[in-house]
Design a protein around this ligand. Structure first.
Ligand code: S3P
Length: 208
């Protein structure tokens, strides 16, 4: 039954029809990616994993040893080299939308799904693991707000589909994504600007 998911989405064996997960730290991209993989039986790649394996060390170690700039360059390189021949679930790091080149690569890969959530929930989840290098400073809460405000319009601009994960389990998010993709059907290559317009009157999340 579950194997039918990918088929019913019309994405079996179609290059350029991958499902790309974007969104802020704490949105649940990695866990939802795994749920999606289980349901659709598609392959799964995570740009953070690619970067970590290129350096041979963890993401926090890359940041502390080489700095954010080197991480970002490796992230762009990972995307550049990503050309799955079959549809794939592609999980990205929260900052992937910061670079215009990355955005072009993301669009080429397939449908872009933005996992969103209210700020408090995202922060609470992101800081729980204590592994996010960008939240290691003096005031992680403040930093989180700044990063989120900068990124929200970028996520909105590039996404085809948005799912608010605030009160949903990973399974529920997965079901919501699949149902939205099914509704998009063959039209999931809608202009992302149309999506940005559709979400333009979305209230900006409170900043504390
Ligand atoms: C980052 C998010 C991280 C990782 C790196 C930078 C960011 O991934 O790519 O620490 O800039 O938001 P997650 O979004 O999976 O935490």
């Amino acid at each position: 039954m579950l194997e039918l998911e990918a088929w019913s989405l019309g994405i079996v064996n179609q290059p350029g029809k991958s499902i790309v997960l974007i969104g802020m730290m704490g949105a649940g991209k990695s866990c939802v990616g795994r749920c999606l993989q289980q349901r659709t039986k598609l392959a799964l790649v995570d740009t953070d994993d690619i970067v970590a394996s290129k350096f041979g060390i963890s993401i926090p170690e890359i940041f502390s040893k080489y700095g954010e700039q080197d991480f970002r360059e490796a992230e762009t390189q990972a995307l550049r080299e990503l050309a799955p021949v079959r549809p794939t679930i592609i999980v990205t790091g929260g900052g992937i939308v910061l670079c215009e080149t990355n955005v072009d690569f993301l669009k080429r890969l397939g449908v872009i799904v933005w996992l969103d959530g209210n700020e408090e929930t995202l922060f609470e989840r992101a800081s729980r693991a204590r592994t996010r290098p960008l939240l290691k400073g003096e005031n992680p809460r403040e930093t989180f707000t700044q990063l989120l405000q900068l990124r929200l319009p970028l996520y909105a601009k590039v996404a085809h589909v948005r799912v608010d994960t605030s009160v949903l389990t990973d399974e529920e998010v997965t079901v919501a994504i699949l149902s939205k993709l099914r509704k998009l059907g063959r039209n999931w290559r809608v202009e992302s600007s149309a999506f940005a317009e559709a979400t333009a009157d979305k209230p900006v999340p409170a900043t504390r």
